[in-house]
Design a protein around this ligand. Structure first.
Ligand SMILES: [Zn+2]
Length: 466
């Protein structure tokens, strides 16, 4: 039975979807004003593992991830780059999708954009106004009346009185709203917004950030749905605001399970623009780290633990990846009819599932995986694993990898020119021309290909991939 840690109520709960066999899940997506950083991808990879594990458990998953393509940071980006809203957001949306593919993240079923859902947001704000939860400020902006929503703070534990500013607040925003805790649903046009505005029943302006997620999640998943996820930094105020807006409008419970991933630190420090230590996926790739190493680093820790990105943590992940790909290569080459490893594969999968059922305990799942690999290696060292056992082991690894997404089972293919060099080297070795064979080995190495000699002939792999 799958148990998940629900941020609402802060306890482990057995997972039970609203409709049998089907999970509806909303994951807060990126604000496409810049590349997403590695901390953001920690959350997106956690959500990917959650989605994959739900599928492993037999559920049909319907996942919606919004693309926030209108927001304060985007307006800032437009000013800095002189690009149009469309140019800027399309550029970074495409980069985001590319980064997801690089990290082997499965596609969600739907990626709705905020700018394509302005009428849904306007309708929701009008409902809130009609019910007395929203009001219009003198400048034409609309705010949510937080004091009228009694459960505000239930998710994050933030107390309403702590939101009241001490003394006079100079920010002109506070003069428009009635209470400091009130948050913007609709922002009236300001000259700073340039040509970013919509003419609507609410006037000329643009939506607040949180109303985007309330409107799009309920439109595609219903007024009450199963799982809502995000990074811990989304829990307050963003998710608290989403709950207030949605539940005030519908009178129904918005979400059954809230899941949040913890922060990712850089060399022991919190990642901040002001500290100047923000790391992007592209930086790590440039530094020579393989995407599978980065994904391994992200998924070997539990999503609710803080993780620390350092060279040594990446190096450790690289070594783990090498151990896995070596085992897969060896398993492929097993021949013969020796003792069966089927029981081993079965008990590994049981251990794996037990770990993942425990709120996606990936450290325990990897411990089971590496112990499985160690046992397989000993059997292969002793020559006592047969083809049938190797096949069941490979099947079990594939099954675990459908969740973890960190192993490659495809026969790698080389560009023809390099494949030719590998074949030539194989021939040189066979005719015992070791000088030529060594020369070709060095030439391949300069192209990033490591060759190894096995009884079956020359085997090659990418340098740095173990
Ligand atoms: Zn959101």
């Amino acid at each position: 039975m799958l148990k998940l840690y629900n941020s609402m109520g802060r306890k482990l709960q057995e997972f039970e979807p609203i409709s049998k066999g089907e999970v509806k899940m909303y994951t807060c997506g990126p604000t496409v004003w810049n590349y997403a950083h590695i901390g953001n991808f920690r959350t997106f990879v956690f959500e990917d593992v959650l989605r994959r594990y739900l599928k492993f458990k037999g559920y049909a998953v319907y996942q919606v991830m919004n693309i926030t393509d209108v927001e304060d940071k985007i307006i800032k980006g437009i000013k800095q780059t002189k690009m149009s809203l469309k140019e800027l957001t399309q550029l970074y949306e495409a980069a985001f999708m590319e980064d997801l593919r690089t990290l082997n993240v499965e596609r969600a079923e739907l990626y709705p954009k905020a700018t394509a859902h302005i009428p849904d947001m306007v309708a929701l704000i009008k409902t809130l106004e009609r019910k007395g939860f929203a009001y219009r400020a003198p400048d034409g902006s609309y705010y949510f009346r937080v004091s009228k929503f009694k459960d505000y703070g239930a998710l994050s534990g933030v107390r309403l009185d702590s939101l009241k500013p001490a003394g006079r607040v100079s920010s002109d925003h506070y003069e428009e709203k009635m209470e400091a805790a009130d948050f913007a649903l609709w922002k009236a046009w300001d000259p700073d917004d340039g040509d970013v505005f919509w003419e609507t029943e609410l006037g000329k302006g643009r939506p607040g950030w949180s109303i985007e997620c309330s409107a799009m999640s309920m439109k595609y998943l219903g007024e009450t749905f199963d799982i809502h996820t995000g990074g811990l930094d989304n829990r307050f105020p963003h998710h608290e605001n989403e709950i207030a807006q949605s539940e005030a409008a519908t009178g129904k419970k918005f979400v059954n399970y809230w899941l949040h991933s913890e922060f990712l630190n850089i060399r022991g420090e919190e990642m901040h623009k002001s500290v100047g230590n923000v790391v992007y996926l592209r930086d790590l790739a440039k530094a020579g780290w393989d995407p599978m190493t980065i994904r391994l680093f992200l998924v070997t820790s539990r999503y609710r633990d803080t993780i620390d990105l350092t060279d040594s943590s990446l190096e450790q992940a690289r070594a783990q990846g090498a151990r896995l790909s070596d085992a897969i290569l060896r398993l492929r080459e097993v021949r013969g009819e020796k003792a069966d490893g089927t029981d081993l594969a079965r008990s590994f999968l049981q251990e794996f599932e037990k770990a993942m059922d425990d709120d996606l305990n990936t450290p325990a799942a990897f411990a089971a995986l590496f112990s499985f690999v160690k046992q397989l290696n000993s059997l292969m060292d002793a020559g006592s694993l047969g083809r049938a056992g190797a096949d069941s082991a490979l099947d079990a690894l594939r099954r675990a990898n459908s969740v973890l997404g960190v192993m490659s089972f495809e026969e790698d293919s080389l560009p023809p020119r390099l494949a030719e060099l590998v074949a030539q080297r194989d021939l040189a070795r066979k005719r015992r021309d070791f000088a030529e064979s060594d020369r070709l080995r060095k030439e391949l190495l300069s192209e990033g290909i490591v060759v190894e000699d096995t009884p079956g002939g020359t085997r090659w792999k990418m340098a740095g991939r173990g």
